[in-house]
Design a protein around this ligand. Structure first.
Ligand code: NAP
Length: 267
């Protein structure tokens, strides 16, 4: 049996086990996906232990994505983002990847959102914000990053090929000319708050919300009400998992089964 898992703290509410195990079942693949709640002091021991035990691959979540990026051989995307969410133990080297970026790219592609030449407004410059920003910029969008703590928007914009940094109060004016709004703040998570004024939304926007608890955030409801296209946070979660499964195995991910399991868990 092959073993995969999730390294993080906390990990108890993770949606990755049901999503990946649905894939193993659909593929008739003898594998398990286990969560490993790890003490921050034990990250090196956990990496060595995982390799010694023959674990095939690990996802990485808060608070270890940046630490792991310093410990393993990163691919180019993980190196540029400065964070690893997927470790592959299968080769000679232990390699680190960032499939959150690919997750955003595929989530938007799945919904036919054109990014090349588009104007994108990103609110949020934390971990999710960095992944969204690189996905948008690498696909050819001009990215305007706005964040509550403006210095973090400035720092993120400096790491991107074509980007500018803004205060949150500049967002309504920026949105009037925009094709895409991406929320990567935690505003709306387990609450009815909205990260930008609903009055700034318009029907020519595609609106992506990284928040997935709940799936139907107030931002997405407000976007839908003005006729904008909406993409919920489960799509990013799904496709980062699909991309991880592709890295770890030579199997074709059963995307529909993984999506069904994920959404059943979120319902
Ligand atoms: P994080 O690193 O802690 O960043 C949080 C972000 O939210 C920062 O930009 C922060 O601004 C902003 N923020 C928090 N409270 C705010 C408020 N009251 N007003 C304005 N901005 C506020 O967290 P993260 O890991 O990026 O996660 C952010 C969200 O994305 C969470 O809801 C998480 O569940 C979701 N997420 C989704 C996926 C997915 O696959 N769909 C993946 C990862 C994360 P400051 O910098 O000013 O603090």
């Amino acid at each position: 049996m092959d073993v995969y898992g999730l390294l993080g703290n906390p990990v108890e509410h993770s949606l990755s086990p049901p999503m990946h195990e649905a894939a193993y079942e659909a593929l008739d693949y003898d594998a398990r996906y286990v969560t490993f709640e790890t003490d921050p002091d034990a990250v090196d021991a956990a990496l060595d232990g995982a390799k010694a035990l023959g674990i095939e691959g690990l996802n990485v979540t808060i608070p270890f994505k940046e630490t792991i990026a310093e410990r393993v051989a990163c691919d180019e995307t993980a190196r540029r983002v400065g964070a690893v969410n997927t470790i592959d133990f299968g080769g000679d080297d232990v390699t680190g990847h960032n499939t959150d970026v690919e997750g955003v790219r595929r989530a938007l592609a799945h919904h036919d959102v054109a990014l090349d030449g588009a104007t994108a407004i990103l609110v949020g410059a934390g971990g999710a914000g960095r992944a969204v920003a690189f996905a948008l910029a690498d696909a050819g969008a001009a990215v305007h990053v706005a964040n509550r703590t403006t210095e973090k928007a400035v720092s993120l914009a400096q790491d991107l090929p074509a980007a500018s940094a803004h205060d949150l109060d500049e967002v309504p004016a920026l949105l009037s000319e925009a094709d895409l709004l991406a929320n990567a703040t935690s505003v709306g998570m387990e609450s009815d708050d909205i990260p930008v004024p609903a009055s700034a939304l318009h029907e020519d926007l595609a609106v992506f919300d990284a928040v997935y608890t709940p799936l139907d955030t107030r931002l997405l409801s407000a976007a839908e009400a003005v006729g904008a296209q909406t993409i919920d946070g489960a799509w990013m979660l799904l496709y980062q998992g699909v991309a991880a499964l592709e890295l770890w195995t030579d199997r074709d991910p059963p995307v529909a089964d993984m999506n069904r399991a994920l959404r059943a868990e979120l319902a």
